[in-house]
Design a protein around this ligand. Structure first.
Ligand SMILES: *Cc1c(COP(=O)(O)O)cnc(C)c1O
Length: 395
């Protein structure tokens, strides 16, 4: 089928929820993608940090193939070993409490919201509130959406859930003031991804931690985009002065297979009880086998050090380019602020044509989420392509 034919089907049969780039990809390997015409692309977006260890990583492919041929699904009414092993691995590598599995990031957040509300009811709070940051992104189900101020304000989708409030990003004072005796949780990202890669300041994180401790609320960090080695530590919070009570993971967790997880510290581990939550598919053997294979690769100090080093090289290269005002982020999660007047969507479209996949999460901003195993030469190549595009197509 040609791209034109695929687009025609899409036009007729798919809900118009996405504006897609004009490519249909048919194959991926490592940092590379190929379209239906055989054209090669360097992928510096990795399916929004999902294929973080590269496309079709052999260890993930083998784990999925093996598990798929043996047992795909039995539901959560029975035990399966990969789920139990993955829960152990996630808990022991982070907060030390219990794990609930989900099928996506949004659902992991949904579980975190439930934990926070039930924990608050346990403290006799009748109308629990969750505080988040403007610009934050936590997903698109009504709970997660209600905690995503930029999207929750769309009146056509209302009414939102009650019990959510937001304060300006990185306004530590406003955050402190918003937390009171009705607060169930503060829910924020260590680095806002969808907003355009804005790190949450240590000051804000410490204010959140302290305010939560003072009133007995939970600090929930949404690590769906920042987790699994993206920032150069297994979890982004590990490079900050705070430790959350609850954490959400998804995106890179399954290496391309859908899976999410809500991970707790002991303080929140026993909040949910039988009947409180569930999911037919979640934690199934194929997804959890894939995640175990991803963790084998990512939970490695040498790889994480390399992520920090390559991130620094990438940012240095980008900052030397005419047209780049600044870069933001940590590790291999990089936002590129373009100088005023540069059309970011046009730049990204030109880069796609030149064979580099990136995206534009916010006006004037490129986001780069390259594979964690990217080669130094591929970083050079990406910087060169962005430099050429800035000079030739946009200047
Ligand atoms: C992507 C993302 C989500 C939503 O995850 P889905 O898998 O799309 O449901 C939530 N929070 C953050 C920080 C994300 O980056």
């Amino acid at each position: 089928m040609s791209l034109a034919e695929v687009r025609e089907l899409e036009e007729r049969y798919l809900m118009r929820t996405y504006r897609r780039g004009p490519v249909d990809f048919v194959r991926g390997e490592g940092s590379l993608l190929w379209d239906a015409d055989g054209k090669e692309y360097l992928d510096f977006l990795t399916g929004i940090s999902v294929c973080s260890i590269g496309h079709c990583h052999p260890a993930v492919v083998a784990a999925v193939q093996e598990q798929t041929g043996r047992l795909m699904h039995v539901s959560n009414l029975f035990y399966t070993e990969p789920m139990a092993r993955l829960a152990q691995r996630l808990s022991e590598s982070s907060l030390g409490g219990r794990v609930f599995f989900a099928n996506s990031g949004t659902e992991a957040v949904e579980c975190a919201i439930k934990v926070a509300r039930k924990h608050a009811h346990g403290r006799s709070i009748e109308a629990p509130e969750i505080v988040s940051f403007e610009g934050g992104f936590h997903g698109r189900s009504y709970g997660a959406l209600s905690a995503t101020p930029g999207l929750a304000k769309n009146p056509a989708l209302g009414p939102m859930l009650p019990g959510f409030r937001s304060v300006p990003r990185n306004d530590a004072e406003a955050l402190r003031a918003a937390v009171n005796e009705n607060t169930a949780a503060v829910l924020i990202e260590p680095i806002q991804g969808e907003a355009g890669v804005y790190p949450t300041s240590d000051e804000s994180l410490m204010a959140a931690r302290q305010a939560c401790d003072e009133v007995g609320a939970l600090l929930i960090l949404d690590e769906i985009q920042t987790g699994m080695g993206r920032t150069g530590s297994l979890w982004a919070y590990q490079q900050t002065p705070v430790r959350p009570d609850v954490m959400t993971a998804a995106k890179a967790l399954g290496g391309g297979v859908p899976i999410g997880a809500c991970i707790t510290a002991p303080i929140a581990a026993d909040v949910l009880e039988p009947g409180d939550h569930g999911s037919t598919f979640a934690g199934g053997p194929v997804a959890t086998a894939a995640a175990l294979a991803v963790l084998d690769v990512v939970d490695d100090p040498a790889l994480l050090r390399q992520v920090r080093e390559l991130g620094a090289v990438l940012r240095e290269g980008l900052e030397a380019l005419d047209g780049v005002a600044a870069t933001r982020g940590r590790g291999l999660m990089v936002g590129v602020a373009l100088e005023d007047g540069i059309d970011a969507p046009a730049l990204a479209a030109d880069l796609l044509e030149r064979g580099l996949v990136v995206n534009v999460p916010a006006p004037g901003t490129l986001r780069l989420l390259p594979p964690l195993l990217v080669e130094p030469a591929q970083i050079e190549q990406a910087v060169a392509l962005i430099g050429e595009s800035l000079v030739e197509s946009v200047a």
